[in-house]
Write a protein that binds this ligand. Structure first.
Ligand code: ZN
Length: 350
């Protein structure tokens, strides 16, 4: 059997300087734990001659105290600063630090747009790659949205092809079709995301930009609902003094379709900012085309899901806006390229 002196010796060997808290805990278990060396020592005492029991008991107690206080001391020493200064160095001076970053202005405005619609009951959809992929099939990017292969309306939405019938999506609108395939009405969603167009880059165009699409579908939705939601958005995003007007337009996936114009900061009187027009175009919208519902229901039926978007029973409205455009109007940014040049002098202003 090991003597108390031998155990203590073993303990001191284990207690090397600079042990981590985890290592200290392991030493404690090995010597003081339930099946530790001290416990074994005390078991032996029980078997000792009656005359020696008292003496051995005292030794065991002393051994326990020595080990416990050594462990406590080692623990209290943890985290104490080890100052190793060179001559002339002052560790009490403030550090250089890492300046805190900010969210990119496009992210900020996109979040704000989603937030405004969230207050009207819309939830974000298509934010996962599985629900709103940036590499989209030709079918979802075009056919699902009533843009057939030979339709002239395909031109402005034409995009980068990345393989057989695969494209970089030219709008976030395909998420509408993806969402309706797996969800029954009522639907109230906004779809933020990155989109791609083969445009020549200039102050107002870029190959990569961001959109927030929206969709509401249920029984009894009318154009008045669309107008109310758009007007609420314009005032929430740009201030209560802004007015809104609708101008007839065309989109393949909505019928009727409209452009939403907002009164300029000159209150529609005409100024340099609006080139004297008084109104600024901010987004496109309309009532969901029944061919979009038809495509969704045909696809649902094919996959064994019940039809749910009968245009006789439900109606809906949809819109799409460019985040860069909204941000530029909010902050008076004259050139879209500024967002992507990674110039901190520009980005730090937001
Ligand atoms: Zn103006």
């Amino acid at each position: 059997m090991a003597t108390d002196a031998e155990i203590l010796d073993e303990f001191h060997k284990a207690m090397t300087p600079g042990l981590s808290p985890v290592a200290l805990e392991a030493v404690k278990t090995r010597f003081l734990g339930r099946s530790g060396l001290l416990k074994a020592y005390m078991e032996e005492i029980r078997k000792a001659e009656p005359g020696r029991k008292a003496e051995l008991g005292l030794k065991a107690n002393a051994l326990k105290q020595k080990m416990e206080s050594a462990l406590a001391e080692a623990r209290s020493g943890l985290g104490a600063p080890v100052a190793k200064t060179k001559p002339g160095e002052d560790l009490t001076l403030p550090g250089t630090g890492i300046p805190p970053g900010t969210r990119h202005p496009i992210t900020q405005v996109q979040d704000e747009i989603v937030d405004i619609f969230a207050r009207m009951g819309f939830s974000a959809a298509g934010t996962l790659p599985s629900e709103g992929p940036e590499i989209e099939t030709e079918e979802f990017n075009f056919e699902a949205l009533n843009i057939p292969l030979d339709h002239a309306a395909r031109d402005p939405f034409d995009t980068f092809y990345v393989g057989e019938k695969k494209v970089l999506r030219s709008h976030t609108t395909p998420v509408q079709a993806r969402h309706m395939l797996v969800n029954d009405p009522p639907v109230r969603i906004v779809m933020p995301g990155r989109v791609f167009r083969p445009d020549t880059i200039d102050a107002r165009h870029h190959n990569v930009f961001h959109q927030v699409d929206g969709l509401a579908v249920e029984a009894g939705i009318t154009f008045a609902d669309l107008k109310g939601v758009m007007e609420t958005f314009v005032k929430a995003c740009f201030g209560p003094s802004r007015r809104m007007r609708l101008r007839p337009s065309f989109f393949p996936f909505t019928e009727p379709s409209a452009e939403v114009d907002m009164s300029c900061i000159c209150d529609a009187k005409g100024c340099a900012f609006c080139s004297g027009r008084g109104w600024i175009e901010i987004l496109g919208c309309g009532l969901v085309h029944e061919n979009v519902f038809g495509w969704v229901d045909a696809r649902r039926e094919k996959s064994g899901k019940p039809r749910a978007y009968d245009p006789e029973k439900v109606s809906g409205f949809a819109w799409g806006m460019g985040v860069e455009r909204i941000a530029s109007l909010k902050y008076g940014i004259p050139d879209i390229r500024l967002y992507y040049q990674n110039d901190l002098r520009f980005l730090r202003q937001f």
